[in-house]
Design a protein around this ligand. Sequence first.
Ligand SMILES: Nc1ncnc2c1ncn2[C@@H]1O[C@H](COP(=O)(O)OP(=O)(O)OP(=O)(O)O)[C@@H](O)[C@H]1O
Length: 334
Amino acid sequence: MMNTSKKPAFNITPGTIITGKWQHHSYTILKTLGFGATGTVYLAQGKRGLVALKISEDHMAITSEVNVLRHFSKVQGCLGPSLLDVDDWDVRNIGKTLPFYVMEYLKGEDFLSYLKKHGNEWLIVLVLQLLADLEKLHKEGWIFGDLKPDNLIVVGPPPRVRWLDVGGTTKMGRSIKEFTEFYDRGYWNLGTRKAEPSYDLFAVAMVMINACYPQRFSKKDESRHLPQLIKAIQSAPLLKRYEKVIVKALQSRYHSAQDMRNELMEVANGRIDKRKPIRNEVAPSSITQTKAPSFRQKQRDIKRKEKYRGIFETMIIAILLIVAYFLYIAGHIM
Ligand SMILES: Nc1ncnc2c1ncn2[C@@H]1O[C@H](COP(=O)(O)OP(=O)(O)OP(=O)(O)O)[C@@H](O)[C@H]1O
């Protein structure tokens, strides 16, 4: 199903108090945050503070989103908004019972607005965070599916990317149930709509392209989509720097979000050797000149690498944050 937002069939005015039929918790509607294909999300005042309340006529959609949010809450970290309450609301004046759920209110800026305001230097920091979260989700056997800037929000400070709409989240191996053309590899004829990690990683690559082309663009030639995307990447200096990683994701050649994250981090750190092939190709000279390491040696190397990876990743993110912050301050002074 392609993502199509339609106006909600009903409107709940500010000041309305929604009381759950079963749990009896009350929420005062403050304003509309947005609406999607399956319902409307309102900012509401609950007993313990501000919350986001999603209400819909579609019982199935609400149940499915609640299930995904419940699942997310078991995954360590902060993937989607946390689920706070699930209930039904008896709307007397229309004689209907509408299902709703209440979640953590994520106060922040949408992904593209954040980059526009604070500078594209933040793109890599946010994408690294996104990939770490995707790795957790994929390990749990889920694929985000409809990954796009509209479904991402940057909260903070410090800036942290969070996921908004979990409606497209699909069990691994099934068919992607919700997508948006620009971020969908099927649209670009670059892969199937099977829910697998590489599907989400393709979308991450398109989110990066979108950051430099906020107006997006359509496919041109029916058969040569990859060259069109590569041309777009090469024409934007920020993307050009990460070309190898972005193109590899567009070709679905990453099997895990962590692999993509590691390579992105290497480029960010300026460590990738430009001549080093990204494919599983081995340079002929290295076959003849390097002696194969023993198993014990490999194990020792792996342990050492794991030990330092955490420290290394934290340092890179800290450096990127400092540089981006410096540019942000500099931009304000000038
Ligand atoms: N937890 C939240 N905190 C803050 N704003 C939210 C939250 N959840 C949703 N929103 C806002 O409400 C809007 C609508 O959300 P919703 O998930 O219903 O639909 P959607 O993302 O437009 O897509 P879909 O059609 O797939 O449902 C979002 O785009 C976002 O602006």
